[in-house]
Ligand binder design. Structure first.
Ligand code: DCP
Length: 495
């Protein structure tokens, strides 16, 4: 699908205003393309810069075994996305021992040359000098508080010194260093929020509990996420935000209307994160990814949910006008290399889209509701699992545990690929399993026997009534008509 050209607005969101001869600025504008707007009926989707940014924020929240020793210290946890030739080649986070930037240097070494790095916080100068030295092409960061906190009450003097050193490194470097967020349209926000509400995970809960108002479950989860994520990633006080921005060398954002635009845009991105995370709700810890034969998963429910939400974020960049699907593949390496993911490393990730390089509307976009079968999308669209396997950044090793996390039940086209790729476990939803939807069928998934299947479902079958078993959202249970069955609960709001 073609991406439209960038916005002039974007210039306000890059921190490279003092790159000599303006070349950096031109480069950034050339690289970034805006796809958030609904261009002539094009599906509203996240542009890559926003997707990578959201993934970096989410990686900061990767579940750790014990609270990080950085807690309440000026050095904050940090998430990082490494992008090579416009594709994600690493998802990382800081650990007890290493900063996220250090993890990237250890994992990728000189392969960082020319890569783009997306940080959830401006990295400290210790990381910055190593990353620049490794040849990173572009270092982007979320314009909230820095990794070495400028808001923490302790050690502020050293944080300020560090920020100064970061500025000096930036000024003398050929690499681009700054903020590359792009504004979201209302259409995109609305589309992505609806997609969260319509995702199969809430669909499963609705199918199991016909009397439960799942929209209310979603809204409650969303509000809680908004509170948590705003506290973590936004700076409530405008004056404090201005102070942080100017110490990080982003004074151009401190003037109006840039400041208001930046703050609003950051808030909108946090809304998307809150909404996507709410699509896989923690429902009294009753729902999770469980094997039907009660086998133990090699990773915890928290880690599974985190990976599924990574996949849901990827789905926000779908090219399918109706349904976004995302897939991520992680493996457990023999050594942990100090990564905050506890030895897990990314093998590949993808979302459903038309073949690489195709132009918008070059291929049919309609589903089986259009009568002429030659005008349907199914023969042209690549599935999330296919893209994750094709564009993987690491090989799948037989001796390691490789896990696939996918937001929709694998179809008959993908099941043999998954079966033969060396994947050991799959985490997904089986809402579509055993269904035939004209051009796409899901009959083979249950036969995928040599891959362990962990399905989104209730842990223990609830024998009491659904109303007693599940929380009543705001004391209100929406009555669903009895004929609203499994398949109807899965209907898209927009359809
Ligand atoms: N594991 C999967 C399953 C599907 N897809 C993709 C292929 C299609 O692009 C889209 C499925 O398209 P449909 O229009 O058939 O979506 P639904 O299954 O929601 O159809 P329905 O409206 O009949 O429920 O998802 C994918 O990437 N990975």
């Amino acid at each position: 699908m073609a991406e439209s050209s960038s916005w002039g607005f974007h210039r306000n969101f890059d921190g490279n205003r003092s790159v000599p001869n303006g070349e950096g600025e031109r480069n950034v504008r050339d690289i970034e393309v805006q796809t958030d707007t609904k261009v002539q009926g094009q599906v509203p989707r996240l542009c890559k810069a926003n997707l990578f940014t959201l993934l970096s924020l989410w990686m900061e929240l990767f579940p750790k075994k014990q609270a990080s020793r950085w807690e309440n210290k000026p050095l904050q946890e940090c998430g990082l996305v490494v992008v090579r030739e416009h594709r994600i080649s690493g998802l990382h986070c800081s650990s007890d021992h290493l900063h996220a930037g250090q993890v990237a240097v250890l994992k990728h070494g000189s392969r960082l040359k020319g890569c783009e790095l997306y940080f959830s916080r401006k990295p400290c100068s210790t990381c910055l000098k190593m990353l620049l030295n490794a040849g990173a092409g572009r270092i982007c960061y979320w314009p909230g508080d820095a990794e070495l906190s400028l808001l923490a009450h302790t050690h502020t003097a050293s944080s300020v010194l560090d920020a100064g050193a970061g500025e000096r490194l930036r000024a003398s470097s050929r690499a681009l260093l700054g903020v590359v967020l792009q504004p979201l349209t209302c259409t995109t926000l609305q589309f992505l929020e609806e997609a969260s509400l319509n995702a199969d995970f809430l669909g499963r809960i609705a199918a199991d509990n016909p009397s439960l108002d799942t929209e209310n479950v979603y809204r409650r989860e969303y509000r809680k996420n908004m509170e948590d994520f705003s506290q973590k990633f936004l700076i409530g006080d405008e004056e404090q935000h201005k102070m942080v921005l100017s110490k990080m060398g982003l004074e151009n954002f401190c003037v109006e209307p840039s400041l208001s635009h930046l703050r609003q845009h950051m808030r909108n991105l946090i809304r998307i994160l809150a909404s996507v995370a709410a699509s896989v709700p923690i429902l009294l810890e009753r729902y999770g990814f469980f094997a039907n034969d009660a086998s133990e998963s090699p990773v915890s429910q928290e880690v599974i949910r985190h990976c599924i939400i990574q996949a849901r974020l990827l789905a926000c960049r779908t090219e399918d006008p109706k349904v976004g699907v995302g897939a991520v593949i992680w493996a457990r390496g023999k050594q942990s290399h100090g990564d905050g993911t506890g030895g897990l490393y990314l093998v590949g990730c993808g979302y459903n889209a038309y073949p690489v390089g195709s132009q918008y509307a070059e291929f049919p976009q309609m589903d089986h509701r259009i009568e002429e079968s030659q005008n349907r999308k199914y023969r042209y669209i690549l599935h999330a699992e296919q893209n994750a396997l094709t564009f993987r950044s690491a090989e799948i090793k037989d001796e390691e545990n490789t896990m696939m996390f996918v937001t929709k039940c694998p179809c008959d086209e993908c099941v043999p690929l998954i079966g033969c790729a060396g994947i050991k476990q799959i985490y997904t939803t089986d809402l579509d399993s055993n269904k035939v939807k004209d051009d796409i069928s899901y009959l083979r998934f249950h036969k995928l026997n040599h891959v362990q299947k962990f399905i989104w479902q209730q842990k223990v079958p609830v024998e009491t009534s659904a109303e007693a078993a599940l929380p009543v959202a705001n004391g209100y249970i929406k009555r669903r008509a009895p004929e609203e069955t499994n398949s109807q609960c899965n209907k898209r709001l927009r359809s």
